[in-house]
Design a protein around this ligand. Structure first.
Ligand code: PLP
Length: 339
């Protein structure tokens, strides 16, 4: 549920995940855990990210499980624990090269220290894959490093939960599933391989739409937008949509995106502004004022996915949906009906 539920809205996404059978929820930061708890969600929560000494009490106040990999942080958690018992997951870096320790003995020492602290509980053993979306051999190498650590931690604390898999590993590597899977992007129906979600049986949950706020005629030589990066070479009609880079339609889409209006596909023309984009409807084009304009989603036979947007600007679908800003109103539907 990190990053505002990958841009979808953390609390509604969390409720949908729980309704769909999720048993735990995971976030990256203490603030994200606090937001879910404040909404009344009572499920087990894991904060996967690093926590500063300022953030740690926020995570603990939300009764979240936390991740540790060295003695210093275990001591910090014990000192912050107050009266309650804090559940700690120990992370081995088996090849991601980010959080966790690469040194098995250090991770085991941290786990032993958790066991020795009365205010702490050794709740989990975890790692994270670097290449589950592209290199299964390296996943196997990471699993081979993880397995002796899992065996040692299970010996220390029988019944602790072991978890490793992100979405790509959930889909691609059954040996990585252990006791829990940490499925992110795939929950939202987006493809962890950033290819075609439908080929993996995934169905995107999100549509991003704007509407036609104005339509005007342009003569040959008229331009649209900052810098005059579109100049009409014929008479045409331009539609202005009130959505821009402050909403998450990145400026890199300047002259490089389609928009679906009235079941047809039109090019975005000119520079993406903070609050507006323009679309070339063509010489005979027309669009009703307030007609829906789809940026991610489908309209009749036409569709455009988050993966399509990502491909145009050399990024990944994750960045497209996480970039939809807070000022975009979210509305939620279940089976096509407003929820
Ligand atoms: C974000 C994240 C996940 C989920 O990754 P997806 O690719 O979105 O499934 C799992 N584990 C950790 C540690 C993460 O940071």
């Amino acid at each position: 549920m990190k990053a505002n539920g990958y841009g979808h809205g953390a609390v509604p996404a969390a409720r949908a995940a729980l309704a769909g059978g999720a048993s735990w929820l995971a976030v990256a930061t203490a603030g994200e855990a606090a937001e879910l708890r404040a909404s009344g969600i009572g499920t087990r929560l894991l904060v996967m990210g690093a926590l500063s000494l300022e953030e740690l009490p926020v995570a603990l106040a939300a009764d979240a499980d936390v991740v540790a990999w060295d003695e210093r942080f275990v001591s910090d958690v014990a000192a912050a624990a107050g009266g309650g018992r804090v559940r700690v997951h120990v992370k081995l870096d088996t090849g991601m090269g980010r959080l966790g320790t690469r040194v098995m003995s250090e991770a085991i020492t941290a786990a032993e220290l958790v066991r020795a602290e009365p205010s702490l509980e050794l709740a989990g053993a975890m790692t994270h894959f670097a290449t589950a979306d592209e290199d299964p051999e390296f996943v196997s190498a990471q699993l081979a490093r993880f397995e002796p650590f899992v065996a040692e931690l299970r010996r220390l604390q029988p019944g602790l939960v072991v978890h490793a898999a992100n979405s790509a590993a959930v889909l691609g590597e059954p040996a990585s599933h252990f006791d829990l899977v940490r499925c992110g992007i795939a929950l939202y129906g987006l493809d962890p391989m950033n290819e075609r979600a439908e080929d993996r049986g995934l169905e995107p949950a999100l549509e991003l739409t704007s509407y036609v706020a104005a339509v005007k005629a342009a003569a040959s030589g008229d331009s649209a937008g900052y810098g005059r990066r579109f100049v009409a070479d014929r008479e045409t009609r331009l539609a202005t949509l009130p959505i821009g880079y402050a909403d998450g339609v990145r400026r890199a889409f300047t002259n490089n995106l389609d928009v679906l209006i009235g079941e047809r596909r039109y090019p975005l023309v000119g520079t993406v502004s903070m609050d507006n984009i323009t679309v070339d409807l063509g010489p005979d084009g027309s669009a009703e004022r307030e007609a829906p304009a789809t940026i991610i989603g489908s309209d009749g036979k036409e569709s455009q996915s988050a993966e399509d947007l990502a491909a145009r600007i050399a990024t990944i679908n994750y960045e497209i949906v996480c970039g939809i800003s807070s000022r975009v109103p979210r509305t939620y539907h279940r089976d096509g009906v407003p929820a």
